[in-house]
Structure formats: structure tokens, C-alpha cells
Design a protein around this ligand. Sequence first.
Ligand SMILES: *Cc1c(COP(=O)(O)O)cnc(C)c1O
Length: 408
Amino acid sequence: MNINTELLHAGVVRDANGATFTPIYQNSAFAQDTAEQMEKIFENKAMGYCYTRVANPTVTAFENRITKLEGGMASIACSSGMAAIMNAVLGLVRSGEEIISSASLYGGTIDLFRDLEEYGITTRYVKNNDWEAIEAAFNEKTRAVFAETIGNPCLDVTDVERLAEIAHAHQVPLILDNTTATVYLFQGLVHGADIVINSSSKYINGNSNSISGVLTYSGSFRFDLEKYGGLSSYKQYGPMAYIAKLRNSFFRDSGACLAPMNAYLNQLGLETLGLRMQRQCENAFELAGWIDQNYTDITVNYPGLVSSPWHEIADRQFTKGYGGILTLRLGSKERAFRFMNALQIPYIVSNIGDTKTLVIHPASTIALHSTQEEREAAGVYEDLVRVSVGIEDVEDLKEDFAQAIAQL
Ligand SMILES: *Cc1c(COP(=O)(O)O)cnc(C)c1O
């Protein structure tokens, strides 16, 4: 089936009462009929629910839909995108071991990887798609390769198949943060990634009404259990060892669970993800091209423009569009602020992927905790404004942008 049909129907299990949409199990605890049954569930010998920190039916329904959409084996929904990244990484990497990551990352992920240094996990940053540098960064301690499909906010596009090939040649899995592209544009697992992360707070939810994240595992990466020592006690789960480990250790024990209400809202968002993404990609494409043509003193960065260094990879990898985010370089921080303050329609907020157009000055906000070097590697400059394009009528956006630019 095609994506819009899948978004509505894939992985949906009809509720016992025939409800046409997943009910909200707003419950912390689930009773069992006998002590024996409770014991079985705790021993993983029977399916069932006990406690929402471990599992909840509304959350399971969300996980199953994401798993189907991504073409994976299993998913774990988390309290935030950051919790999903932390779990994905800590399920594999232990103290004394290393991650190789594209330097073009979301600021929060850079902050997390810096936090992990304190626990003995080192991240080696490499320029995205710089194959020689990536190859050179591997050593016997490397346990994961990490990248974003479309870097936020650099908007560089990772050649996922090539990166996965290199990672696999070193018997290391590729973790791909697909938040900005979404499954509408790109199925990471189908193109070689082993674990896909979505901050579902963004496009999946779509209306900025809940923070959440989800990780999905392909089930096809063969972990060497000597190298990935943490998985060895989950050997009996076969291809599910990685997910079983998270569910029975760090995910459960860190309390990173998703609230049932938020899982419900995300499923509501999923139904229209395709429609929204289609419109957001069209609007972003139109807006980027129009600014690029009409305002020579503003540099537009958008993978859909031929001038983007990543246009060719984007063209090859994505068939439905180039994403809903563009960035503008306005010449100075002062001009960037003046432009943002003059806009009437967009909100000045720190997230992306809303139905409404959103703008932010990354250097003074989401990349505030990064060093100058980290910022430039992540495509953040003093004069840069990130625009997450919404589903408004593009003529209105153009008119608003035109009047704001005129005030410069
Ligand atoms: C927002 C975002 C995250 C973090 O997600 P939260 O839900 O805010 O924790 C991770 N990666 C990318 C690319 C993001 O845009």
C-alpha cells in the first residue's frame, strides 16, 4: 500500500469494543486474575500489562503502527526524542566505547553526547558524507554510527545507503535520526539503517501538543555478542535481543516511558502526516525558490534548490519532496532578529514540524550550549534563521516574508 493508506491503516488493531480509534488507557496499573499470571508476566513468559512505566496498550498501539510504517521489527516509544536517542545509544554502547557521529546534529543531541563523556562514552565527530574521515574514525572501540537523514539545522542530506555500507563493513549498526525527513519522505531501515529515531514531538504529532520520541529496530543487524557484551544475557531473544535488553533494563529502569495520552495524540497526528508533509514540502519548495530568485542579499539553504550542495543526494534519496525546513542567512544577527520580529504569521519558537510556520535564530538558542566549532559543523551561523514551514496558504507566507524583508 502507499504511504497515506499505510498511515491510516498499517498496524492498526481493532479494539475489542469496535472503537474506530485507539482508546486512551489512562491507567498506571493493570490487575491480573491470579498471582501466577502476574508472575508469568514479570518473567516475560506471558503477554500482558502490569504497569505503564513498562508497557501500556495505547503506547503499544502507537509503537506497532510506527514499526509497520518504518518497516522494522519492533519499536520503543519514549517520553521524548532525546530519551529515544539516549536509549538507542545506551542499549549498545558501554563505558570505554565510542560512537562515530556526523557533526551536523540537532543541538540537544550534541549536548547529550557531551553528557555521555562523563560516563566514559566518547563521540568522534566527522563531517557528514566525508567517507575518508568516517573510515578513519573507526577503531576497535566503535559501537555505533549516528547521523540525521536531513541535518537540523544544517539541512545537509546524509547518503544513508553509503554510510550504512561503511558501518556494516565494520560490523557496527547505523542509528539514523529521521525526525526531519519522516517516514513520509524516507524509510531509513529499508535503506540500510539499523535503528531509526523519530522525535515524534515534531512532524508525527504535528500540532505541538506532546513531547515524545520513538526508536525502531530493523531486526536484521547481527550483533556480535562478544563485542556487544551488554546483549549477551539476552541471547535467547535472537533478533529481538537489542529490544529485549532495553525493555528489561535501561528503558524500563530509567522511567523513559511515554504517557498514554501523548501516544493517543501522536496516533491522531500520524493519520494526517502524509497530507501535512506533502503541503509543507510544497510550501517550503515554493518559498525557498521565491526568496532565492527575488532577494540576492539573502542566502537560502534548502535541499530542493539546485544550489544546495546536497541537492543531488536529496534527489536520489527522496521521491516526494525535500522536507519542510529551510534556512536563511541575512547578513548579521541584528538583521536576522529584525526580520524575525517583523514577521506577522510565523511563531518564534524552538521546535519544528508544526502545522504553523515557525522561525528561530539557532545560534542564540538551540545551539547556545555548543562551541563555535560545533556550531559551524552543525551549519549554525550568527546571521542564520531557521524556518519550519507550515501548511498555511503559501501566498500569505510570501506576502508576510516580503514585508518583513522590506523592513531590513
Ligand atoms: C527535536 C529533535 C530531537 C529531540 O526531540 P525531543 O522530542 O525534543 O526530545 C532530536 N533530533 C532532532 C533532529 C530533533 O529535531
